[in-house]
Design a protein around this ligand. Structure first.
Ligand code: AMP
Ligand code: MG
Length: 350
């Protein structure tokens, strides 16, 4: 973007400054354990409009609302959830079980939208994605915003602090997992260090029948959801449901350099790459050695998918900066977090 962003230490003073900026309607780069978010005050429609503009994000792609605790999440949507027929008692029960198991953490629950969340945040949907992040800086910032809004005598006394925050990258690009990756206009970026999870949240919709529809795979795995909600109750959204969750777009999370995804590196015919600067991304780095690649990124030398997830976007950022003609990525084992990693690689290959 060519703009120099101010990176601020996430101490009390930094958090207070960021909270004041949010209360003023400005945007703040916020660390979370998944990826860095571009946060705005969730109840401020004009600020939300600035998020869409800064990210060049299409207006049909809803923002996730982040709150500081489960209690705050239910304070936010409780009334709406209980009053609406879209999520009857059974759906609400599943939502509470999931929240209990995974919050704070990398799970977004799609719940009925309360009046206080402006329509622009949810792209006009009757639902809102809600998450309680685990990163202490995110929770500190959200709580501080709640205090700041009350101090200014604005907002409803019964509403918690809440920010709407998509990932802090230009729409469709690679998500930021370090403060330095953030490259969209904002007042400041709070530096919370590298993201521990490194993949976006898993987005699920509890159904009135007590099921769980997975709209986007992310930091919480299918296996973990199955353990908590019962394997038979958890289903992946069907391709036709894609637009129910725009994070499922075919091309997304993509570097600028063309990326090819292969299931095995041996599928590459070296002759077909002649003269090009080719980078490679693999899980352990054992494969591809000696194949003459111009750059190589290893996600986890010991083959640990959790470590690999945490490294994925930083590796894509580095490959993108390496002046390559093409990147070849090898799929990782399709289990646990590997499923979400492969999902991101597939969409990056678009
Ligand atoms: P991001 O914050 O950029 O990681 O993207 C948020 C993603 O969460 C969107 O692209 C959607 O896929 C999903 N999402 C957020 N809110 C909703 C909602 N109300 N209904 C369905 N999906 C949602
Ligand atoms: Mg995103």
């Amino acid at each position: 973007m060519g703009e120099r962003l101010e990176i601020v230490a996430a101490d009390d003073a930094g958090i207070a400054r960021a909270a004041a900026a949010l209360a003023d309607g400005q945007l703040v780069g916020m660390p979370t354990e998944t990826v860095y978010g571009l946060a705005c005050h969730a109840f401020d429609a004009a600020a939300a409009a600035r998020v869409f503009e800064a990210k060049q994000r299409p207006s049909f792609d809803p923002l996730i609302v982040h709150v500081a605790s489960s209690a705050d999440a239910w304070a936010l949507v409780g009334g709406a959830a209980e009053n609406q027929s879209t999520l009857d008692e059974r759906g609400l029960r599943v939502a509470r079980v999931l929240a209990e198991a995974f919050w704070p953490g990398a799970l977004t629950l799609v719940l009925p939208r309360p009046e206080c969340v402006p329509g622009i945040v949810t792209s006009g949907l009757g639902t809102v994605g809600v998450r309680v992040p685990a990163h202490p800086v995110a929770r500190g910032l959200i709580a501080a915003l709640g205090e700041e809004v009350k101090k200014r005598g604005r907002g409803r006394a019964d509403l918690p602090g809440a920010v709407a925050a998509p990932s802090a990258n230009v729409f469709g690009g690679v998500s930021p997992t370090r403060a330095e990756h953030v490259a969209v206009p904002c007042a400041l970026v709070l530096d919370g260090g590298p993201c521990a999870t490194g993949l976006e949240s898993t987005v699920v919709r509890p159904t009135p029948e007590g099921g769980v529809v997975v709209l986007r795979l992310g930091g919480v795995t299918l296996e973990q959801l199955g353990e908590v909600a019962g394997e038979a109750n958890v289903t992946l959204a069907k391709p036709g449901e894609k637009l129910a969750s725009p994070g499922m777009l075919e091309r997304h999370y993509a570097p600028r350099t063309p990326l090819h995804l292969v299931s095995k590196l041996e599928q590459i015919d070296p002759g077909s790459l002649g003269g090009q600067r080719v980078g490679v991304l693999t899980l352990t780095g054992e494969r591809g050695r000696g194949m003459g690649f111009a750059a190589a990124e290893v996600l986890s030398a010991r083959g640990d998918l959790v470590e690999a997830a945490a490294n994925l976007f930083a590796a894509l950022h580095r490959l993108d900066a390496a002046g390559l003609d093409v990147v070849v990525a090898e799929a990782v084992p399709d289990e646990g977090l590997g499923r979400a990693i492969n999902d991101r690689l597939r969409r990056a290959a678009g």
